[in-house]
Design a protein around this ligand. Sequence first.
Ligand code: SAJ
Length: 441
Amino acid sequence: MKLSVLGLGYIGLPTAAMLADAGHDVVGYDVDAGRLNALRAREIEAEPEVCEIVSRALDGGRLKLVDALAPSDAFLICVPTPTRGHKPDLSYVETATLQVAQLLRAGDAVVLESTVPPGTVERVVAGAIRRSGLEPDQFCIAHCPERVIPGDIVRELRTNARVIGGRKPGDAEHARKLYASFVTGPIHTTNCTTAELVKVVENTFRDVNIAFANELALLCEELGVDVWETIRLANEHPRVSILSPGPGVGGHCIPVDPHFLSNANPFVTELIQTARRINERMPDIIVRRVASHVALEPREAIVTLLGAAYKPNVDDTRESPTERIDELLRDRGYSTRIFDPLARRFSRPLCQNLNDAVRGSDALVLITEHDVFRAMDTFAVSKLMRYPLLICARPPYNMPAWRDAGFTTYVLGAHERDELSTLGGSQVTPNEEPLLASVKS
Ligand code: SAJ
């Protein structure tokens, strides 16, 4: 088949390459000419496996990059659907559909992959086709939401189950044949609104579950109980599966998608809205913990944030909790430094190396548990710091090593008194007086 993929971002690009690999003739189009040129120069900003399949598809000539679209058997729309002030912005979907509508011939397929609020395919996609003077029923219109996890995109693209919603009888089946050419997992067909809802519900479920874990972390601090042990033991139950607390929920999907449900339906989405608020509050909780351990007087207090990516072992910093934690700390008067050897882009310059990030610092805040941070030489880091304090906002690991190196440790949701009572016999003499201002007891 001759296929066009609109939007060569983190989903469109690997999907185009997979389709090319499956033997289709694929053209990739993006409104961003800079991105197209970078891809032509083989500057591919993506996971290594994605870079590999994209290079192969481009080199083999089955994937072509184009500045203008041409007629195709199917058009896959993989454009962003951000929120602005918690309201979904569907303008990219609409613009892409209007472009496609100029080229549609009866029987062609239009498949929306972008995550959207329920009802979008009918209202925005079919609506744009109708406004272009065409009858939507003449085409196969379907929604096949992407479901892959950043960090393992290629494998999940191939093996994850897919849900395809069709606008009218036969549309989902039509699209299913296309996806069956590269998906090895089961492909389920349904109507469009159900497919739209399923995708958003998956991410909302995760948001609610993480909010529950975050609430438990704060409850455990009140009770003097370790949340990590509590969750581990509760999860031994065959029907319990609680996620992990953390400094907030980042990424371009989970913090965004619940609004796709609550924005248009505020009255019946109370739990979803509360979960969002709990998760949005977490950066502030971490900042309060910093403030209760690190005094701002009598001299400048420096806080080093470890991790700018929104989750471990990825370079993606979109909606990362680090951004908000950094902002709140600076609002309070702290000087901050951020170190993340994986992060690709951030709103402010990152430290180039760990030494520069920790030298003279009064606290480390572990925000992203990258594997590289696990390999840190805690003694060396401790020696460089003005006062060795670790605030761990992620699952605690290697705490004895931190403490052996002289660190005071605070772990989110852990029994704080236990953490601090193990401090005796610090092996490191701080260069200056400790800045430990007040320790909650
Ligand atoms: N997080 C926690 N605690 C946890 C798990 C995650 O605080 O126990 C945080 C992470 O640190 C991160 C955020 O949540 O900041 C989101 O990370 P994630 O790994 O849960 O999810 P994403 O955003 O990388 O990918 C999700 C996935 N959805 C589900 O697992 C239901 C993925 O399959 C989707 O394709 C993707 O959203 C998307 O594009 O919609």
